[in-house]
Design a protein around this ligand. Sequence first.
Ligand SMILES: *[C@@H]1O[C@H](CO)[C@@H](O)[C@H](O)[C@H]1NC(C)=O
Ligand SMILES: *[C@@H]1O[C@H](CO)[C@@H](O)[C@H](O)[C@H]1NC(C)=O
Ligand SMILES: *[C@@H]1O[C@H](CO)[C@@H](O)[C@H](O)[C@H]1NC(C)=O
Ligand SMILES: *[C@@H]1O[C@H](CO)[C@@H](O)[C@H](O)[C@H]1NC(C)=O
Length: 312
Amino acid sequence: MAIFHHNLFFTSFLIFCKILEVYSRGPVYTPPDVERLTDRFSRLSVNQSYNVSFGGSNVHVTNNGTSVDLSLDKSSGSGLVSKNKFYYGFFSASIKLPAGFTSGVVVAYYLSNANVFPHNHDEIDIELLGHEKRRDWVLQTNIYGNGSVSTGREEKFYLWFDPTQSFHDYSILWNNHHILFLVDNIPVREVIHNNAISTAYPSKPMSVYTTIWDGSEWATHGGKYPVDYQFAPFLISMTGIEMEGCISNQKNIAPSCSRRSLTSLDPIDGEQFAKLSSKQSTGLEWARRKHMFYSYCQDKNRYKVLPPECNV
Ligand SMILES: *[C@@H]1O[C@H](CO)[C@@H](O)[C@H](O)[C@H]1NC(C)=O
Ligand SMILES: *[C@@H]1O[C@H](CO)[C@@H](O)[C@H](O)[C@H]1NC(C)=O
Ligand SMILES: *[C@@H]1O[C@H](CO)[C@@H](O)[C@H](O)[C@H]1NC(C)=O
Ligand SMILES: *[C@@H]1O[C@H](CO)[C@@H](O)[C@H](O)[C@H]1NC(C)=O
């Protein structure tokens, strides 16, 4: 009898612990199996791929040049810009985010040409937004094409893992067929290059940026929670740098560019990069159904008339 009670108590205790675990960490998700695009391209060293763009004293190259730490403290954020400009390609980085209290902190992995085309720039954004509670980083995606800044095309997701515990891959595929945002190779968003989006589709060479900065004004609950420098420095580590595409360092709008011969691994014209595989479609559907919590296409308060691509 005593043993029975003991077991019952112990079992109840275990169940209780399990419930606590689910509450504190959220459910454990197993993402669908997808093609690992990030395994198909070579990883570049920090020096091969990037220059410092700002906050050089907060940039530290580590692991024999394969990794880099970027930090934000009271004095400055920091950022890198790619040595090359690209007209289409596959871009990826493995990033580990800072743990703890990170409200107002923005980590951005993005393509832009705002410095070359200040009035009609293009941009493809992955932004990781810090939160006032632990582990609740938000992933925001957005695009601008040819200066379409009056129309934000944001979509927001919760991640299905803790991005502060280990490195995860954040990737962008951009070609004439579509733009894909991927997290650990799972597509979370696809922007198909059709007539509806054509004027806002990024179509000029861009540089790749990785930055960490103070987004106190907007990043966390619309600016309700600014950066608290008591918890600084906020430090990210990046490794697994991939930039594979059409290098285009001239300023002209319809660029010619030097291409490596990539055969089937061509992220620009390769068949497997032109549309989603069935596994990738399943992954996309999974990510959006389970993890997306905001899409501009559903925001009728913001857009009385939704942008044309929303109705396709
Ligand atoms: C460090 O990098 C250099 C150049 O990329 C390479 O030749 C060398 O073998 C690396 N050293 C180690 C310990 O990995
Ligand atoms: C990278 O470049 C910087 C400056 O250009 C240099 O100081 C550093 O030694 C380089 N690191 C490696 C690993 O090549
Ligand atoms: C990167 O740094 C090198 C060496 O300082 C410089 O020559 C080059 O113009 C820089 N490129 C960019 C895109 O900033
Ligand atoms: C992009 O914007 C420029 C200047 O506003 C305009 O002249 C051009 O036609 C636009 N291009 C496209 C593809 O819409």
